[in-house]
Design a protein around this ligand. Sequence first.
Ligand SMILES: *Cc1c(COP(=O)(O)O)cnc(C)c1O
Length: 206
Amino acid sequence: MAVSKTQPWQAVAQAAAAGQQDFGENYVQEGVDKIARLSAHRAALRWHLIGPLQSNKTREVAEHFDWVHSVDRLKIAQRLSDQRPAHLAPLQVCLQVNISGEASKAGVAPADVLALARAVHALPRVALRGLMSIPEPAQDEPARRAPHRALRELRDALQQAEPGLRLDVLSMGMSDDLEAAIAEGATMVRVGTAIFGRRNHAAAQA
Ligand SMILES: *Cc1c(COP(=O)(O)O)cnc(C)c1O
């Protein structure tokens, strides 16, 4: 997935013309704007929300995006399911897990993932697909691999506990740790800087 947050829509158009089909956005309004700009390509593209999602933004997401990777509580998933338009395919979702156990970080605690997964799986208009994490940056390869391995093992444990769940996606790895993530079984890496170059945050928040 090419993470296009803060990049101008023209950069996304260029990547799409080169064949890139999956794009990740962090901010709902910025993503919705780009989806509209690139509407001529809509059928060929998949738009992923990877940033934090608040209740008051779920409708826009349900109406415009294809995937949400940052679901970490049931209330958000319920709203997305309720608000997903009937003419669209179910919204594909990953549960964001706080795999490094940082107090300040978003994500469901590993011990609570199974209960959340069961509840999300039961919702009619979202399709649970797997787990996502954003580990803290690490200095060396073993330290980079450890949280990715932990997420894969958690997925495997959930799958064993609940064979009816479809957990084929491990959304893990960014520009600085994508090799480690792939080595540990990532099926989707979220790469921004290494594709588009450095971000200009000031421009994007406007
Ligand atoms: C920004 C972001 C990325 C991409 O980060 P890079 O280091 O630029 O590759 C991936 N995942 C999430 C959740 C992000 O917010």
